[in-house]
Design a binder for this molecule. Structure first.
Ligand SMILES: [Zn+2]
Length: 313
């Protein structure tokens, strides 16, 4: 028997849970449960202004409605500033962080053209400021802090997507670990939390895959273990159009007015290739035969009737 598997689902309640979030939750949960492990729930409400209490409460009740039963206490990132602070100090002691005084507008202007996508590469503007210059600027403006990244490739071996390699200096360049308003950045919080909770596997959306090397680099600097990763494909509609934007409009609350809990789970399980046809089912029923490697690498199609938002008709 290998060591205990510990997974987690970690939603950011800055909006309502939508089918993409739900699929992540289902796959993260089943992957762990199928191997007799524990699944934790972490609320990524680092940015309290974007994650009001009402949305946190709604998120918890939505997950409860679907039948998720989490192990251990729920972790709230908004309550863990001291832990992030400690990791940040560690990075400072290593000489890996430096203050960045760039305004949003400056960063926008200096953005280098890069292969036509939306990838942002920090040009290193504040990397070599003289200490006296830093001191002078500190008096005028609270800086963000960036992590100095090496010109080095880091590879993620992903259980669904295969191997993904990126050079941190090229993608994304020195990235922010603490914002000017003292809110710690997502990557820092995530690696601190995963390590402290003993997380051994991370199942989450494909949109984070390209940033995973940043998290692996942070783990290396902080002496933390790297969990196993599985990045699940994006959901698309019957025409192959990505739901990223549109799915924000299809909240679980609206789905649950039209479908039963079992229908919602069954439809998502079908989209992920877990069952051969759309049929109502429970999370429990999916556990025995679950195999994460059966989830395809390509976009996952949701049946049209699931996406027809009744509020528009
Ligand atoms: Zn800067």
């Amino acid at each position: 028997m290998s060591a205990k598997v510990i997974g987690r689902f970690a939603p950011t309640p800055s909006g309502f849970l939508h089918p993409g979030n739900l699929l992540c939750a289902i796959l993260a949960y089943l992957s762990v449960r199928a191997r007799g492990g524990q699944c934790l729930l972490r609320i990524e409400d680092l940015d309290k202004a974007r994650c009001p209490r009402t949305l946190v409460t709604q998120c918890l009740s939505d997950l409860d409605f679907l039948g998720f039963r989490w192990d251990g206490p729920i972790l709230y990132q908004s309550e863990r500033t001291a832990q992030y602070e400690r990791a940040f100090r560690h990075l400072q002691d290593l000489g890996q962080v430096y203050p960045c005084f760039c305004s949003r507008a400056q960063l926008h202007v200096s953005q280098a053209p890069n292969r036509g996508d939306t990838l942002y590469i920090y040009p290193g503007t504040c990397r070599f400021l003289a200490p006296a210059e830093v001191e002078a600027r500190m008096l005028l403006k609270a800086p963000a802090y960036r992590l100095r990244v090496p010109d080095q490739s880091i590879t993620v071996t992903d259980r669904i997507q295969g191997s993904f390699t990126t050079n941190l200096a090229e993608n994304p360049g020195d990235f922010i670990v603490r914002r000017a308003d003292h809110v710690y950045a997502y990557h820092l919080a995530v690696v601190v939390d995963d390590a402290e909770s003993g997380v051994t596997e991370v199942v989450r959306g494909c949109d984070i895959l390209s940033a995973t090397p940043c998290q692996i680099f942070l783990q290396q600097l902080l002496g933390l273990p790297t969990p196993e990763y599985a990045h699940i494909p994006l959901l698309v509609d019957a025409n192959g159009t990505r739901l990223a934007k549109r799915s924000q409009a299809i909240s679980l609350s609206s789905l649950s007015r039209r479908f039963s809990r079992e229908e919602i789970i069954g439809t998502l399980a079908f989209a992920a290739g877990l069952i051969p046809e759309v049929q109502p089912c429970t999370l429990e029923a999916l556990i025995p035969h679950f195999d994460l490697t059966r989830v395809p690498r390509t976009d996952l199609r949701l049946p049209t009737r699931f996406l027809t938002d009744s509020s528009g008709s």
